[in-house]
Design a protein around this ligand. Structure first.
Ligand SMILES: C[S@@+](CC[C@H](N)C(=O)[O-])C[C@H]1O[C@@H](n2cnc3c(N)ncnc32)[C@H](O)[C@@H]1O
Length: 395
């Protein structure tokens, strides 16, 4: 096993390589953030983690520590541009004897560095600014912020006590001392306001009103919005007192949903084979896998979820269920194309098809053509401009 100084030398070298790669990929664009990536020891923040196994079948995660792989391989992996999982199903991992994990949902991680630095670059920070971060996680992104701005300018909120404790220890070990809180990031931290910038590294279904109160007018809110079916992507909003507006980015990066906004456990009532009103469908289940239509479906049916299942030996059907309004749509293959049965107060497939048709009429644009306005009247996603076609975010 290599000695402590050897590890530090090797890690410093790997950081230089990572920074060079992120710069070549266009993610790192400024010398200040490059200096931060070169300085912050990611191995202090992810000393042990899980990676997805290549084995076919059910998704399985395998532990990575200096003992489970060897030390050089562990360090090399730490500094690759990957997201490493550090918690599943909200349970802390027993690292005395780590086992592979299956059938579990990741609930904390160290996000891949290219996404972290791309967001930090987009945040457009300047010396002397105060930043509020939501979703401390391992503390790696918090440390980058501390390196760039000084610890006294950084407040970070983590909802999970154990995760927050480990981040606090790692930050201290790396020499950083930001203001760390355990709590729900939707509440923010009014005592530290006003903030010049707010960055969230978990996804939200809407913009929490307290963020508008705590980010100064002209300040930036950078967060991913997401629903129960998929991520909508990254939005950069300019705060303006009790309102804010801005645009989605070109791609649609995804973060785990904020814990308090996770989908309810129950899917609601699953309709029987004769329930609902039948009609021919203009689109089939590919709606949920093609990125443009899937984005529109998430906007149009914000409380819905979908799954495919064969009932009583019949061919596979795709169920779209909205447990909030108790509405459903069921897609089944028909002679030519697809057929849908709908029921409940909300005609889910009607609103999804109408949203996709609107998107197609506008030339099937990428997410960069969409924006968000948050005001006292509610929160809407619009297409093209704030007076264009609109879809409400759930309140
Ligand atoms: C993707 S991880 C954060 C990655 C982190 N920034 C890093 O670089 O390591 C998302 C974190 O958000 C936390 N989280 C979820 N909901 C939250 C909430 N409402 N407020 C604050 N943190 C939350 C999760 O516990 C998780 O640790």
């Amino acid at each position: 096993m290599a000695s402590e100084p050897d590890i530090e030398t090797a890690a410093a070298d790997l950081r230089l390589r990572l920074a060079r790669q992120l710069e070549e990929d266009g993610r790192l664009r400024s010398p200040q953030w490059r200096a931060a990536v070169e300085a912050v020891p990611r191995h202090v923040f992810v000393p042990r983690f899980y990676r997805q196994s290549d084995a076919p079948g059910v998704t399985t995660w395998e532990p990575v520590t200096p003992e489970t792989v060897d030390q050089d391989e562990w360090l090399r992996l730490v500094y690759t541009d990957e997201t490493w999982m550090t918690q599943f199903d909200r349970h802390d991992i027993d690292w005395t004897d780590p086992k592979p994990i299956s059938n579990a949902a990741p609930t904390s991680s160290s996000t891949l560095p290219s996404l972290v630095v791309r967001m930090l670059e987009d945040l457009d920070v300047h010396d002397g600014m105060n930043v509020l971060e939501i979703g401390t996680g391992t503390g790696y992104s918090t440390a980058l912020l501390c390196h760039r701005l000084d610890s006294g300018r950084v407040t970070s909120i983590e909802t999970d006590e154990g995760v927050a404790r480990r981040a606090r220890e790692a930050l201290a070990a790396a020499g950083y001392s930001p203001y760390l809180l355990v709590g729900d990031g939707r509440v923010g931290h009014p005592d530290g306001a006003p903030y010049d910038r707010l960055i969230a590294t978990c996804g939200f279904r809407n913009i929490p009103p307290s963020w508008l109160e705590q980010v100064r007018p002209g300040g930036v809110i950078l967060t991913t919005l997401r629903g129960w079916m998929r991520s909508l992507g990254l939005v950069k909003l300019i705060a303006a007192g009790d309102s804010a507006s801005g645009w989605f980015s070109e791609d649609d990066p995804s973060f785990m949903i904020a814990r308090q906004q996770d989908a309810p456990e129950s899917l609601g009532m699953v309709p029987g084979p004769a329930d609902g009103t039948k009609r021919k469908a203009a689109y089939g289940p590919e709606t949920f896998t093609d990125s443009g239509p899937a984005f529109m479906a998430q906007l149009a049916a914000p409380d819905a979820r979908f799954f495919s299942m064969a009932v009583d030996g019949s061919p596979l059907s795709t169920f779209v269920l909205d447990s909030v309004t108790d509405s459903f749509a069921v897609l089944t293959a028909a002679d030519s194309g697809w057929e849908v049965r709908q029921g409940g107060p909300r005609r889910l497939w009607d609103v999804i098809e109408s949203a996709i048709a609107t998107w197609e009429e506008h030339g099937a644009p990428s997410t960069a053509a969409f924006g968000v306005t948050v005001s006292r009247d509610g929160q809407v996603v619009w297409l093209g401009n704030p007076s264009g076609p609109q879809w409400r975010l759930p309140s």
